[in-house]
Design a protein around this ligand. Structure first.
Ligand SMILES: [Zn+2]
Ligand SMILES: [Zn+2]
Length: 334
């Protein structure tokens, strides 16, 4: 499989970000990203801006943002307008348009000091959405910023980045007991001025939390075919999230085999037992997890295990003690 890394959930001048799509796309190409997904608030301008910026595929999604209940939407060619108090109606509309919907920053704490309200997801009884934004750079930063560390974290924002929100991880594990729930990582990048200087510049954020997708073939040069490959991989969970500012995780792989059938993250296998294996491009603490509990933990570049239960198995990796990689699950017997 080919490992293509990209950045998701970027705001531009078309909503409340500070950069142009062209400028951000150039930064993405310099950062050697394979794809970039722009998501302005309540606005989709895919027809005008999708294409290649050097080697980076630039795609235009949108963040549908009613009060609370924000959704990252991909694959729709028109603006989907927010519906106040009707998240299920919104999800249904996106599905009807053939789009993907990921619940954005599911547990985003309000921060009065930064003038941020509560944009957490409120209606967990919905169905038909594609998945969750598991690890959001800005939601992680806001969660960790306190009046005491605020100025230090504004100067060195990456220091606050210490993993997905624990409530989101628990919610995900709970949802995985019932259904497949693919996850993505995101930036929620705005690069806005704060106290007379630019904070969270695109140049810095694009090096941090990426969603790596696994593809069987290289990108086609045709934009619509390459776009389809990215969205299929994200929808199927053929992807993992990594904080590449710690170490580039390209080449990280979680796979399993049962009765001669092979699966990668996002796939299902019919029956246990299954042989699972993890390989990492760097030394790390590798944890195999089911239902939120550790099944096996090793320090190194590979992990092998045999699993016997009908469960969703996923992997977390910690690089020099810091949260680094979160994979989509392999669904054994599910
Ligand atoms: Zn939002
Ligand atoms: Zn956003």
């Amino acid at each position: 499989m080919l490992d293509y890394k990209g950045a998701i959930h970027i705001h531009t001048k078309h909503s409340d970000g500070s950069g142009s799509i062209h400028g951000i796309a150039q930064i993405a190409n310099q950062a050697e990203l394979d794809y970039l997904i722009i998501t302005d608030h309540n606005r989709c301008h895919a027809r005008f801006y999708e294409g290649w910026s050097g080697k980076t595929l630039v795609l235009i999604g949108q963040e549908v943002s009613p009060p609370g209940n924000h959704l990252i939407v991909m694959g729709c060619n028109r603006t989907i307008f927010p519906r106040r108090g009707d998240p299920q109606g919104l999800i249904n509309e996106i599905k009807k348009e053939g789009g993907l919907s990921f619940i954005a920053h599911p547990h985003n704490r309000p921060h009065p000091l930064l003038f941020l309200g509560n944009h957490s997801w409120r209606n967990w009884d919905v169905n038909g959405y594609t998945g969750l934004e598991l690890w959001s750079y800005m939601a992680d930063w806001v969660e960790k910023a306190t009046p005491l560390n605020l100025f230090s974290y504004l100067r060195h924002p990456d220091q606050a980045i210490t993993g997905p929100n624990i409530k989101t991880l628990e919610k995900w594990d709970e949802l995985l007991r019932q259904k497949k729930v693919p996850v993505i990582g995101s930036l929620d990048a705005h690069a806005k001025p704060f106290l007379f200087r630019e904070v969270f510049p695109y140049r810095q954020l694009l090096k941090t939390i990426r969603t790596h997708i696994l593809l069987p073939d290289p990108f086609e040069s045709d934009v619509s075919l390459a776009r389809q490959a990215v969205y299929e991989a994200l929808a199927n969970g053929h992807a993992y999230i990594a904080n590449d500012s710690l170490a580039d995780a390209s080449g990280f792989l979680f796979e399993a085999e049962s009765a001669g059938k092979r699966a990668i993250m996002g796939d299902s296998l019919d029956q246990p037992p299954a042989q699972v294996s993890v390989s990492s491009p760097h030394e790390a603490k590798l944890k195999l997890i089911k239902e939120g509990a550790i099944v096996k933990e090793v320090e190194g570049r590979s992990l092998q295990a045999e699993v016997f239960e009908k469960e969703a198995y996923r992997v977390e990796a910690y690089y020099q003690g810091r949260p680094w990689v979160f994979t989509n699950p392999i669904y054994v017997g599910r």
